[in-house]
Design a protein around this ligand. Structure first.
Ligand SMILES: [Zn+2]
Length: 107
């Protein structure tokens, strides 16, 4: 993978994940707000179910996010850690993995 390929994949990943992040935030916040306002009318079991659903939505988003990054090749070929966020910036700047320092780009 070249530096340009990496930047292109990373930017596409950021674009998609921002949209999904907004949707996940709306779902998570909506579930928490509904729990807050409906708590007087709900029994403990239903309240717990809503809270559980809110945390599940967060868990599945985080899982989806990691899968998408790996599918787009945003993982180190040596240590397999994700090259997103700060590690991705280090990779773009140096051509090396932000975690282990291994060479990431072909040229
Ligand atoms: Zn690495």
């Amino acid at each position: 993978m070249t530096r340009e390929d990496f930047i292109q994949r990373r930017d596409a990943f950021i674009h998609v994940s921002r949209r999904v992040d907004i949707a996940a935030t709306i779902v998570f916040t909506g579930l928490l707000i509904s729990l807050f306002f409906l708590d007087h009318h709900l029994n403990a079991l239903r309240s717990s179910a809503i809270l559980f659903a809110a945390f599940c939505s967060h868990y599945f988003f985080a899982r989806w996010w990691k899968q998408q990054a790996r599918r787009r090749g945003l993982a180190c070929p040596a240590c397999a850690k994700l090259l997103t966020m700060t590690a991705g910036q280090i990779t773009v700047a140096t051509g090396r993995c932000g975690h282990c320092g291994a060479k990431v780009f072909d040229s």
